[in-house]
Design a protein around this ligand. Sequence first.
Ligand SMILES: C[S@@+](CC[C@H](N)C(=O)[O-])C[C@H]1O[C@@H](n2cnc3c(N)ncnc32)[C@H](O)[C@@H]1O
Length: 280
Amino acid sequence: MPEEQNKVLDAWQISAQYWDKYRTLIAQIFAPLTAALVEEARIRAGQNVLDIGGGSGEPSLTISDVVGPTGSVMYTDPVAGMVEAARAEAGRRGQTNIDFKQCSADDLPFADRTFDAAVSRLSAMFFADPTAAMREALRVIVDHGYISFVVWGPEKANPFFSTITGVIDRLVEVPQEDPPDTFRFADPGKLAGILEKAAAKNVIERKLDFEIKAPIPFDQFWQIRTEMSGTLRGKMARIAPAQLPTVKQAVADAAEKFFASGTMSFPAEALIVTGRKSAT
Ligand SMILES: C[S@@+](CC[C@H](N)C(=O)[O-])C[C@H]1O[C@@H](n2cnc3c(N)ncnc32)[C@H](O)[C@@H]1O
């Protein structure tokens, strides 16, 4: 495995405990993205659905309810801590129609045409070889099936991220982030082009404007963001303890308008890219 991908997976292994800790909030704030995946990939009761890079369990846990007892979900993620967290949550909820497999998107251990659809929420940016991953997703779905991927739109349209990184990058000297990063597929057409290169048919890209909303104050937002993101953890580690209160206050000032009502509400933009294995 290339060293770059090892570093990516190591960071996600550390993140897994925080994605587990904040799972209720994550499910709530990204629910519009899961709903879009269900709609775009035409997921319905009785289907067998693949989730690629399922993290602490979404969208698998939601889709398990959509496909119901006559359907099934195959959760996958290459990071052991994520797989454990997702499996434990499914157990707590008694969701028995989900199977779990630790594997990478570009090497799926499933036979051709195993699934009705394949989806992935906010993970494609981190795939080591996105074209190989798209080919794999197409290989394992049925001929008339859909693959659908949600990725982040541009950083400037996503103050949930830029409010903190903008301040830190201005106040603290930090090295530029290496690719792959959160905004790797923010340019319109970029991920769609990769699906087409992988021979997906009827490729469609849609912009998803939504709100990242939850009844939490600024302090909790600060704690969650600085714990959950590997990139931010790296940047925070470079800030001298004495400088931290200044940085936090500058972020609080920049974020004030998104907490105007006392709770969090950020405008947000994602892209959803969908393709089929065979043209209609
Ligand atoms: C931002 S999280 C999203 C998790 C989850 N889908 C969600 O929306 O809550 C990104 C996920 O991509 C996974 N990931 C990283 N590299 C991957 C790869 N090569 N193949 C599949 N998933 C990968 C990480 O382990 C992590 O769980």
